[in-house]
Design a protein around this ligand. Structure first.
Ligand code: SAM
Ligand code: MD0
Ligand code: SF4
Length: 366
């Protein structure tokens, strides 16, 4: 559409009919602020979610098993130079106990996350044997699909994990503007991080990409990220609002309210209609769940069991020890939104169908 012809109902109509979307249309939607307009946007996003997923929601258990990290991301409290923070590295038994508890509660996937822990990373590609065997044990014991969020693993380790049928690799770029990336993830290669995702994808793993909002990005940057996610054909697309952290260079950044995150979720839903989009409990905890589901998200992530000393990422402890990140608290909110948790078979069949589509499209590309 020409710039002068852009209008909300026209763009939504265009998207709902499945027409390819243009960058100026994405930017127009991202710039909405009038409550009447944003409600129309959220309504369209919900309609699209219903079209592809009915009323079913997926549930991800989050297990941050090591908070040690060699990197110095400016936004992250777990950056190496933050010495104010108590850190932990969970044992295999502790990891299994927490994974089993979440499995029994009914999550559909276990997300195994760590900082770029020097215990593994300082030994090069040979330092990851324990990690690989721990991941296999969690798969075998829980029988659930596993997502790994371990940072930029050596290629050989990604190959091993793909061969072990690990379903998902999550490695967030945060932004696709290389200059902003360099300010956020100082000293970490932009292209290297992209290449890890490309490798995992080429080996048949499903990929989650993620961006931050409230870190100085422009609407143009956000539109570029959404287009990047579409062109890469990511399987899960995440956005989280940056939460300023004490002890980091971005501690004094003015926090952004949640509206932008909700708008981005809705736009992602319209541009990537059949993909998974998280409502993370990590940003605003349980009280932020309804708004994210209303914006079109279809996966509740960062479900964390209490009494295990486990941490979140954007918020170290928000809602964890008072059990507000458990299914007992989450499911009533899901249901109040007119939604239901999927059966485990439904989640599994989504991932299998998605992997088949990817194999077919890579065979076509030859
Ligand atoms: N260390 C691995 C890595 O960086 O890829 C795995 C952890 S990763 C899942 C942590 C993610 O949480 C970051 O990529 C970022 O998107 C998000 N995050 C970290 N600090 C945050 C903050 N202060 N506010 C919001 N999101 C944050
Ligand atoms: C979440 N705290 O789901 C987690 C984390 C890592 N794959 C995900 C950011 O919100
Ligand atoms: Fe480390 Fe990941 Fe935090 Fe960056 S985002 S400092 S890599 S834990």
């Amino acid at each position: 559409m020409q710039q002068a012809d852009l209008n909300l109902t026209g763009i939504l109509d265009h998207l709902l009919k499945g027409h390819p979307v243009e960058k100026n249309e994405i930017k127009y939607l991202l710039g909405l602020s009038d409550p009447e307009d944003t409600s129309l946007l959220f309504e369209a996003a919900q309609n699209v979610r219903t079209r592809y997923f009915g009323n079913k929601i997926f549930l991800y258990g989050f297990l941050y098993f090591s908070t040690h990290c060699r990197n110095n991301c400016n936004f992250c409290q777990y950056r190496q130079s933050n010495t104010m923070l108590p850190r932990y590295r969970k044992t295999q038994n502790e990891i299994l106990t927490a994974a089993r508890e979440m499995t029994d509660a009914g999550v559909h996937l276990i997300d195994l996350t760590m900082g770029e822990d020097p215990e593994f990373y300082s030994l090069g590609e040979n330092g990851f044997n324990h990690l690989v065997s721990m991941i296999k044990i969690v798969q075998n014991e829980t029988k659930l699909p596993v997502m790994i969020s371990p940072g930029t693993l050596p290629d050989k380790v990604i190959v091993e994990l793909a061969a072990a049928q690990v379903s998902w690799y999550a490695c967030y770029q945060e932004t696709h503007n290389e200059t902003l990336y360099k300010a956020l993830r100082q000293g970490q290669g932009f292209k290297k991080r992209l290449a890890k995702k490309q490798l995992a994808k080429s080996l048949g793993m499903l990929i989650e990409e993620g961006i931050l909002t409230g870190v100085g990005e422009t609407l143009d940057d956000l539109a570029d990220s959404i287009i990047w996610m579409r062109d890469f054909s990511v399987d899960q697309a995440r956005v989280m609002t940056f939460v300023p952290q004490a002890g980091t260079p971005m501690a004094k950044t003015t926090p952004q309210n949640n509206l932008m995150e909700l708008i981005i979720i809705a736009v992602m839903r319209l541009v990537l209609p059949d993909r998974l989009i998280p409502a993370s409990l990590d940003v605003n905890g349980l009280s932020g769940l309804k708004a994210r589901l209303t914006a079109g998200a279809n996966v509740v992530t960062s479900i964390v069991p209490p009494e295990k000393g486990l941490a979140g990422v954007a918020n170290h402890s928000l809602d964890i020890e008072d059990s507000r990140r458990t299914l007992d608290h989450i499911l009533p909110i899901v249901k109040a939104c007119g939604l239901l948790p999927a059966r485990p078979e439904e989640y599994l069949s989504w991932t299998v169908a998605r992997q088949k589509t990817l194999i077919r499209s890579s065979a076509k590309k030859g």
